[in-house]
Design a protein around this ligand. Structure first.
Ligand SMILES: [Zn+2]
Length: 333
């Protein structure tokens, strides 16, 4: 028995989607809520409808600078040597819920739909697209030397499953005022932790799965609780027994180690550049806020704290407030 109510249905917000679809294969989880704080409002470009398109150089893209023109006169071969890979942007994450890790020439500046994307000294960067992101985004690239271009990124649409849970106690679907106040305070704390904008580079060093076990809940599934639409599931659930050691998915700094209503005992780790992971329903937290951890380090034991009906790990990945699908990142096919 491992049903969970971890995120609880506490969200007074109705789910944004119609209630048709398939049943999720895991129903381990939660009625909604917690993980779902600020779901799509923070999605860059989520409201915009743009035509599909692949990356296209901007109007300045083909034009050599004055220096380059002079170089051409002096040494014709120079112009044939284009910068090797001015921007390395794998196509893998260009989808709803997708996590994109790329590399640019050092000194490149990036903005995704007007939002600055932090670029490390060595050129590493990361960003992501929310579950309900529009069909395209625009990445503004300012290359070293100030040449600018805009790249149109096509964001592949995904299908999300549906999870229906009925027969829940009404208080778990619609919490009382006191519980709701606590939930909102905790949501704020979590949002603050996830807003951390550090120069840490853990995100660029690769990810490992925080646990091994059956996947009992997937990212993005719609939640219908006692017939009421609630916010989607924004994590990946590992069905592991209480007391299972859990690993930090990547290197970083612990920004939150606390006990929440829905998530129970939880840990949030900042991996730099707005990339965070979250571990919930823990039976024991073995790290402290501010502590640095390495990829794969043991950070906690799994459990069934918070609003759950059985032990499991709820694991989330986000770019600032944008929840992303952790599965392709920590369990690549
Ligand atoms: Zn979950």
């Amino acid at each position: 028995m491992n049903e969970t109510l971890d995120q609880g249905g506490a969200s007074p917000l109705p789910g944004p989607h119609p209630t048709k679809g398939r049943k999720a294969f895991g129903n381990h989880e939660t009625p909604s809520g917690e993980g779902d704080a600020l779901p799509s409002r923070a999605d860059p470009g989520s409201g915009a409808q743009r035509p599909f398109g692949l990356w296209r150089g901007g109007p300045e893209g083909q034009r050599p600078s004055g220096i380059a023109r002079r170089a051409l006169l002096a040494a014709p071969a120079v112009l044939l040597v284009r910068p090797a890979r001015a921007l390395d942007l794998p196509a893998a994450g260009l989808a709803q819920g997708g996590f994109v890790q790329g590399r640019a020439a050092p000194g490149t500046r990036l903005a995704l739909d007007g939002r600055v994307v932090r670029v490390a000294a060595d050129g590493a960067f990361a960003f992501g697209f929310g579950r309900d992101h529009a069909a395209a985004s625009t990445l503004a690239v300012t290359h070293p030397g100030e040449r600018r271009e805009e790249r149109r990124l096509a964001v592949a649409r995904r299908q999300w499953s549906e999870q229906r849970i009925s027969g829940l106690p009404p208080a778990q679907v619609t919490p009382d005022a006191e519980t709701l106040a606590r939930i909102l305070r905790e949501r704020e704390r979590l949002a603050t932790a996830r807003a951390t904008d550090s120069a840490l580079a853990g995100f660029a060093g690769g990810f490992v799965a925080p646990a091994s076990g059956r996947i009992s809940g997937v990212f993005g599934s719609r939640r219908i609780l006692n017939g009421q639409p609630r916010q989607p599931h924004y994590g990946l659930d590992f069905a592991v027994p209480t007391g299972t050691p859990l690993k930090a998915a990547a290197a970083g700094r612990v920004t939150l180690a606390a006990s929440f209503h829905f998530f129970g005992d939880l840990v949030v780790i900042d991996h730099g550049h707005g990339v965070n992971t979250l571990y919930a329903h823990l039976s024991r937290i073995e790290v402290a806020e501010g502590q640095m951890v390495g990829r794969g380090d043991r950070i906690a034991l799994s459990g069934a704290t918070g609003r759950v009906t059985g032990p499991h790990l709820h694991f989330s990945l986000s770019w600032y407030q944008v929840w992303l699908d952790p599965q392709p990142v920590v369990l690549p096919a």
